[in-house]
Structures are given as structure tokens and as C-alpha cells.
Design a protein around this ligand. Structure first.
Ligand SMILES: [Zn+2]
Length: 269
């Protein structure tokens, strides 16, 4: 049984990650990590892809077909599976995650900070503003890791998405945020590896230069998957294109959870 931290960077496009994320690039270059290109599912929208990432299902199967579908997940998902298996779960994430895996609609006061073993996200710290500072989010996640030692921790910053929708993907603001996220992540990776975590870094969708995502083109679909294992044995840049539907079963396998029948795609580990 392992422990997993998933960094789901909202709007992190594949090429922006590869170009800007220098510490992760170092781990890949020295084969201390593995890098895959992920073909994202459709539509390349946030709430549908949060659910796809956590269930391994396409949108027409899980039913979260748009951002406007405000309800709890009804399919086997990473938070339900881990908490039902007696694991500790935590998230520092946008409030839509609280709606998908704790309760909907979100109460911005009652649901903002939760520490309740009966919930699927047992230790949750949620934000509602798209310009919530990424650094504060990273520090909250680092606090959750130290304080609660979760088996599964989701860290979900919104900065790439916010800046991409404001300035476009071909902007210094968007590109540079990948550099900053990597710089904030680097010391945390060192600490989390020492605690035995496998760390995955991916995006929910990419970003185009029209300041949006949602369509079918490579710029909005293709996101990275970095996988850093505690023994630092990686395959470098694998050159492989994998499916976004493989992320949920991969996390299940790393956690030592039985992969549910609904997750039909193979784990990458
Ligand atoms: Zn998004």
C-alpha cells in the first residue's frame, strides 16, 4: 500500500509544462521521474475532467457533461474508494471538488474547511475564487501533508487556467506560471518523497490562445503526466501518449486499492 499526492494543475497544457517546469524536467532528464503525454477527454472543460480524472470514465458515462452539472459523483471515484478502504484523504482544491465528492451545493462557510472522517474528502480546504493565489494553495497542501499524513492528497491550483483565460496561452503570464508552480513544488516534492509519497503532476485540460478551452484541438486536450516514485526510479521522457482514463486506475494501483470494474483502462505502473 502506497501513498499518493496528485497535483492537478488546472489548465496546464503539455507544452507549457515541458517548457516551464524545470525541476520536474531535471527529474525526467535524469530518469528519476517518468513523463507521459496525456490525451485528454472531451469536452476539455474543468468539472467534467475533474470527474474523469477521478473515475476513469468518459463524460457520457459519468454524466458530468458540463460545468453546470452541480451534483455529487455517482460513480466509483478515488476519494470514495480510498475513504471506504479506511484510508485518509485530503484535498486543497477548488470548491467544485467539494461538490463532486463531499456535498452539493457548496456552502462557502460550512464546507470551506472540513475535518471529518465520515466524508470522502476527509480533510478539505476549498477556495471559490479563480484568482486564489497558487502559492497559498501549495502551502495549504503542504500543511495537510504534514498534519494529517493522508494516503491520498489532491492539490489543485487554478493559476494556469486563470492566467490562460485572461491573457491566452501565448502569453508570458501563462507560460511563466508553469515556472512558478514548478519552483513552489520543488521543495515540497523533496519533502513528500522522504515521506514515501508517489507524486503525480497533470492537468485537467490545456488552453488555447483565444483564452479558452473546451474544444477538441491538441492545445486544449494534451496535458502532461509526470510520475515521481519514492525510489526515484523513472523512465525519463517515455514519448508515450496515454489516455486520461488511465490516471484513476494508476492512482488506485499505487494506493493498493482494488481497481473497480468501471475503470477499464490500464494503469501506467
Ligand atoms: Zn479546468
Amino acid at each position: 500500500m502506497g501513498k499518493v499526492i496528485l497535483l492537478l494543475s488546472d489548465g496546464l497544457r503539455y507544452d507549457a509544462a515541458v517548457a516551464g517546469m524545470g525541476f520536474l524536467g531535471h527529474l525526467v532528464e535524469t530518469k528519476q521521474a517518468s513523463l507521459y503525454e496525456v490525451q485528454g477527454e472531451l469536452p476539455s472543460m474543468s468539472r467534467p475532467m475533474y470527474e474523469t480524472t477521478h473515475t476513469g470514465l468518459v463524460t457520457s458515462e459519468h454524466g458530468i457533461v458540463g460545468n453546470s452539472i452541480v451534483r455529487r459523483s455517482t460513480k466509483p471515484n478515488l476519494f470514495d474508494l480510498a475513504s471506504k478502504a479506511g484510508m485518509i484523504t485530503a484535498a486543497a482544491a477548488y470548491y467544485w471538488f467539494s461538490e463532486l465528492y463531499n456535498r452539493a451545493p457548496y456552502d462557502p462557510i460550512e464546507d470551506r474547511e472540513v475535518d471529518d472522517p465520515k466524508l470522502s474528502i476527509q480533510h478539505g480546504r476549498f477556495y471559490t475564487q479563480d484568482d486564489y493565489p497558487d502559492l497559498e494553495l501549495f502551502l495549504t497542501a503542504a500543511m495537510l501533508a504534514r498534519k494529517f499524513n493522508p494516503d491520498y492528497l489532491l492539490l489543485h491550483p487554478m493559476g494556469m487556467d486563470y492566467l490562460g483565460e485572461r491573457y491566452g496561452a501565448d502569453s508570458s503570464e501563462y507560460r511563466n506560471r508553469a515556472i512558478f508552480q514548478d519552483a513552489w513544488l520543488a521543495p515540497a516534492i523533496v519533502e513528500w518523497l522522504e515521506k514515501g509519497y508517489t507524486i503525480l503532476v497533470t492537468g485537467d485540460h490545456g488552453m488555447n490562445n483565444d483564452r479558452l478551452h473546451g474544444g477538441t484541438t491538441p492545445d486544449v486536450r494534451q496535458v502532461p503526466l509526470y510520475l515521481v516514485a519514492p525510489n526515484l526510479s523513472g523512465s525519463g521522457d517515455t514519448g508515450q501518449m496515454i489516455s486520461q482514463l488511465q490516471i484513476a486506475p494508476t492512482v488506485c494501483k499505487l494506493l493498493g486499492l482494488q481497481i473497480p470494474e468501471t475503470m477499464k483502462h490500464p494503469s501506467v505502473v
